[in-house]
Structure formats: C-alpha cells, structure tokens
Design a protein around this ligand. Structure first.
Ligand code: MN
Length: 476
C-alpha cells in the first residue's frame, strides 16, 4: 500500500524539518486562525500529498470520499512551482480562481499554505525568497484582504517586506520598539476618560491600543513622503463591545457619541461600515479624533461578532449568516467572478490585471437615482457604473449625471455619488471606451461588442459603403 512510503518533500529538503510539520502547521492555521472545520483540516493535512508523493487522487477519494478528493484536487492544481515566468504565474492564478468559485475552502486552505510558507521563508535561497515574497504581495495578500482575513493579510505583507526591503523593515521595527514606552503612556492617557464613560454606561467592553503594521507605516511614509517621526497614526484605538445582535448598531453609535464628546472628531474621517458593510463582510465604525496634545488618533468601534468576522473573514461570516436575511455579499462577489471568468478569452496576464483592478481593489459605494447602492472598485467611471447596471445600458451610454451634474462617460466616480446614466439608441461601444473603464465586466463587454462589430463589418463591407454614401446624400 502506498501510504506506507515515506514521502520526499521539497520543504523538508530545505529546512531539514520532517515532512509532516508543514501540513500540520497549515491545518493549525486553518482551524485556529481561519476557523475552518473538520473537512478543511483533513484537506489541509493532505494538501501536498498528490503533488509530492506517489499517492494519487483516486487513493484519496477511496480513503476520504469525493468531497475531500475534490478539494485536494483543487489545491493540487494550484501548483507551488516557483520557477515560472509571469504568464505561467498568471495562468496559475486563473486556475486558483476557477477552483475558488467551486469551493471557497480551496482558496482559504491555499492562503493558510502560503502563510506558512511565508513564515518559514528563512530556509529558502535568496532568489526564491524574493519570488515567493513578491507573489505574496501581488496576489495572496490582496486575496486575503478580499476574503476579509485582515490579520493574515497584514502578516503576509509584513513578512514579504522583511525579505524584499530588509533594511527599511529593520529600521521601522527598531523605531517602533524605541518609541513603545512613550506610545503606551499616550494610549493609556487617551483611554482613561473613555473607559470611565463606558463603565458608567454599563457597557461590556474591551478597549486597547493596537500598533499598525510595519508595512502600512511604510506605505504611509512613501505615500506622504514623510519620515517615520511624522507618521501620526502608528496605532489605532479599538473598542470591542459585547452587545446582543439586535443592539449592535445602536451600541456602536452610543460609544461613538461618548468618544466624540470627549475628543473632537475629524468629519471627513468617519467611516460607517455598520450601515454599509464592505463586500468582504467587514463591519465597524471608524473615526479619527483629536486626542491629548492635539494628536490625531484613529478609533475603531465594533462588536465581538464583527471582530470575529474581521479576523476570520469568510468562515466566520458563514457561521453568522444563518438566521439573517442579508444576502451574502460574498456570494455576490463569487457570482461576479464567475461571470467574468466564464466569458474570458483574454490572455492570462491581462486577466490578472483586470482581476486585480476589479476584484481586489478597495471599493467605492455609489447610488442609483432610486437609492440602490452599487459597489465598484476605486477608479471606476460612469461607464463602469453603466455596465454594472446592465450590459445593455452600458453599450448605449452617452453620458451621465453625477449628483445632478452632467459629466462625460469617463468621469471618475467617488464614494457617495449618485449616478444617473444617459443612453441613446444610436450609441455603440468604440475602441476608446477601453481607456475609460477599469472593471473586468465593462472591459469584457466592450471587447465583445468590438469583436462582433468587426465580424459584421467584414461580412457587410459592400453594404456599409453603400449606406454611408446614402447617408451623405440624406444629409443634403
Ligand atoms: Mn504546502
């Protein structure tokens, strides 16, 4: 029987660790950090077997059943081979997404696998470290973010940065450590009056300061062109409430009100993800207030349930989904991905780029004239919005009214905009439109329309010339 053979493992060759440690670690991440169940843990234990040993998929199906075999198959298709070029990498990613839409557990286990690879990157050669790390920031961290796995995303980014920018990483880590005492003192000073108020209000809560990740601090430094000393939000204050489901929203706003009675909020920094959760399931209330010594401090208010969703993402979301009437935003997201993948003929690299801008970017919320909300990636235009409503609307768009003002189709939308699309039956997509859209759906539909037209033109070239001259006459 094949099971008795000792598998030879790539990781083991490099780190010298026994083979079983890696799958065990991945299974541990799946259960403890993502909150997956029994079947997923079995799959994570088996995830490398087909690829690295003589055990076949049939063996797995015979021993563990069809469902587990299918997931392991999905995980095997997502090859771990690192020495590949960009287009193969993109092709790989396309495969990940195809399996993802069959069963999201595949992608969650894959993320756990990747996280463990990142945690043990030390033992790899420098060149491979760089390849794995860059692939992680490019694809896996955004994917983890999109799945709502914030802590995994953050850890992936920090680990990648440790290998890609070792000097900056060490420098920031050192400065963070040096300023820790000062920071703790400030956080305590900030928290004290809030704590008293919450206790008086009989809330069950936790409140603490949370350091921002090295990667996000570095991003701020780059974006604003400032030194470490000038990055003001090195930490955020988090209030975790223990509230019954029906009082969650009300309680969060009560706490918001108590905090802003104490410290002045910055009006443009209020984020209400209670009324409009992000499509990855994230719910919370964020605000930035002016704390002691005139320093801006970010405060995040959420309940324990919301916190579990923020940490464990998708899996926790499913756990809580039962009993709510809310249509799952994940399901919608998967549906959109499926739609895009199913009518894709573009080459993989294009696809990857499209996918990144369409599905992994941050979102904006825009409204139809009737008040329905649409979520679009940052950078979306009026034309993207039109295609998001319906392809038939998109192809006939001649302009739009944003907040009642007339704008061209390439107008970039902002969160909170109300958009009305203006169409004409004479309108049709042209080549320039590809430069006005960022969503994969709009791009795909425009390309389809252009292709159709080309085909049509070839067949009716004679007629077209005729009708063109006829039109010229008609104009006289
Ligand atoms: Mn693995």
């Amino acid at each position: 029987m094949k099971w008795q053979q000792t598998p030879i493992k790539r990781c083991a060759e490099k780190s010298g660790e026994p083979y079983i440690l890696h799958p065990l670690a991945v299974a541990k991440i799946c259960t403890e950090e993502i909150g997956l169940g029994i079947r997923s843990s079995i799959c994570s234990l088996l995830h490398d077997t087909v690829e690295d040993t003589d055990i076949s998929l049939e063996d797995i199906e015979r021993e563990f059943g069809q469902e587990i075999a299918r997931i392991v198959d999905g995980l095997t298709k997502i090859s771990n081979v690192i020495d590949i070029n960009a287009s193969q990498q993109a092709e790989n990613f396309k495969k990940i997404l195809l399996t993802l839409t069959d069963d999201p557990r595949v992608i969650l286990i894959k993320l756990a696998d990747r996280l463990h690879n990142m945690r043990t990157l030390e033992s790899m050669k420098r060149e491979k470290q760089l390849k794995i790390a860059s692939e992680t920031v490019y694809v896996y961290a955004p994917l983890a973010h999109r799945m709502g796995l914030y802590s995994i995303k953050t850890e992936m980014e920090d680990l990648a940065m440790k290998y890609m920018e070792p000097d900056v990483y060490r420098d920031i880590a050192k400065k963070l450590a040096e300023t820790k005492r000062e920071r703790t003192k400030y956080i305590n000073e900030f928290i004290r009056p809030i704590k008293e108020k919450l206790e008086k209000g009989n809330f069950k809560f936790e409140i603490y300061g949370r350091p921002k990740s090295i990667h996000s601090i570095w991003n701020k430094m780059k974006k604003k062109g400032v030194d470490f000393e000038e990055v003001y939000d090195l930490f955020a204050i988090r209030v975790l409430l223990d509230s019954p489901h029906e009082r969650e929203k009300e309680d969060c706003w009560k706490v918001y009100s108590m905090i802003t009675d104490e410290y002045t909020p910055s009006p443009e920094r209020l984020r209400d993800w209670l009324s409009n959760p992000k499509s990855n399931g994230y719910e919370a209330l964020h605000t930035t207030v002016m704390g002691p010594q005139g320093k801006w401090v970010e405060v995040q208010i959420r309940t324990k349930r919301m916190n579990e969703i923020a940490e464990k993402g998708l899996a926790a979301h499913w756990k809580y989904k039962e009993g709510t009437s809310d249509e799952s935003r994940f399901d919608k997201w998967f549906q959109q991905i499926r739609e895009v993948i199913s009518n894709q003929e573009t080459d993989s690299i294009d696809f990857l780029q499209d996918f990144k801008t369409s599905f992994l970017a941050e979102e904006i919320y825009v409204y139809t004239p009737k008040g329905d909300v649409k979520m679009l990636p940052v950078g979306s235009t009026a034309l993207d919005f039109a295609f998001a409503i319906h392809s038939a609307v998109g192809s006939k768009t001649i302009g739009a009214k944003v907040n009642h003002k007339l704008v061209p189709i390439g107008h970039k939308l902002r969160s909170g905009d109300q958009v009305e699309i203006i169409t004409s039956n004479k309108q049709k997509p042209n080549e320039d439109w590809l430069g006005y859209v960022v969503t994969a759906k709009a791009r795909g539909r425009i390309k389809d329309a252009l292709k159709e037209e080309k085909k049509g033109k070839l067949q009716t070239k004679g007629n077209m010339q005729y009708s063109a001259s006829w039109m010229a006459w008609a104009l006289y």
